[in-house]
Design a protein around this ligand. Structure first.
Ligand code: ADP
Length: 250
């Protein structure tokens, strides 16, 4: 078996107009690992996350999936490579983006049935099992507006899981929630990490990153200013700008 990372990104660069947002970011994600991206607002965390599944298109850099052929963003990326990128991962957004006119179970089964062509009965059985795991099986027929923000975000997580991705991408999944609802969502994410899901998480929840991540990347100004195991980065940062960031936020 190859020991290539599930995802290897090298030299990712992305500009919006003349604003260079990512200036060459490297990232390796190994199976079962949880990587946290932290850093000041505007440092490029979300853009980096979106580059990993093709929602953002970098103008330079490479991505390798599972030791497969390199996707070179400086060239025109073939459609099948773009689709492969998107198929391997599932994103949980800051706002859950559930369909308001569909029930919880319909929201969860829509992707597998429409996109992955899973038979409906099979998608529903899997959806119910996953809803049960986040404590929401009894909400299967509820509509999103009938749920709390935390419950909606847990459904958003189940919707991502139901796609059967290799990689889960979280874009500040708790930052739009009332403070008292944050814990239940972080709790589900912690359980997923313990179950061995591979995750990249953009977060301002530093205590979560510290407790759950295997590696933390501190982005500042579109570069990885520091990376390391959480116990090193949080307790003994090497870089002055990491120290200042942690000092401001903790
Ligand atoms: P972070 O997640 O660290 O807050 P982002 O990756 O969201 O940072 O954004 C980095 C910078 O890129 C910000 O200045 C933001 O305004 C800009 N940006 C992000 N997305 C777009 C876009 N679609 N068009 C123009 N500018 C964008």
């Amino acid at each position: 078996m190859s020991d290539a990372p599930l995802l290897r990104a090298r030299g990712i660069r992305k500009a919006f107009g003349d604003h260079q947002v990512l200036r060459g970011v490297d990232l390796d994600v190994r199976r079962g690992q949880v990587i946290a991206l932290i850093g000041p607002s505007g440092s490029g965390k979300t853009t980096m996350l979106r580059s990993l599944n093709g929602l953002a298109t970098p103008e330079a850099g490479t991505l390798e999936l599972d030791g497969g052929p390199s996707i070179d963003f400086a060239a025109t990326v073939p459609k099948e490579q773009r689709l492969a990128l998107r198929d391997r991962s599932a994103m949980v957004f800051q706002h859950h983006n559930l369909f308001p006119h569909l029930t919880v179970l319909q929201n969860v089964t829509e992707g597998p049935v429409q996109v992955r062509r899973v038979p409906r009965a099979q998608a529903e059985a899997r959806g119910l099992e996953l809803l049960g795991r986040v404590g929401l099986a009894d909400k299967r027929d509820a509509y999103p507006r009938e749920l709390s923000g935390g419950q909606q975000q847990r459904v958003g997580i189940v919707r991502a899981l139901a796609l059967g991705p290799d990689l889960l991408l979280f874009d500040e999944p708790t930052s739009a929630l009332d403070p008292e609802l944050v814990g239940e969502v972080l709790g589900v994410m912690k359980e997923l990490a313990e179950e061995g899901w591979t995750m990249v998480v953009v977060t301002h929840e530093l205590s979560f990153a510290r407790a759950v991540a295997d590696e933390v990347l501190f982005l500042d100004g579109g570069v990885v200013a520091e990376r390391g195991a959480p116990r090193d980065l949080f307790t003994n940062p090497r870089e002055e700008r990491t120290r200042q960031f942690l000092h401001r936020i903790l």
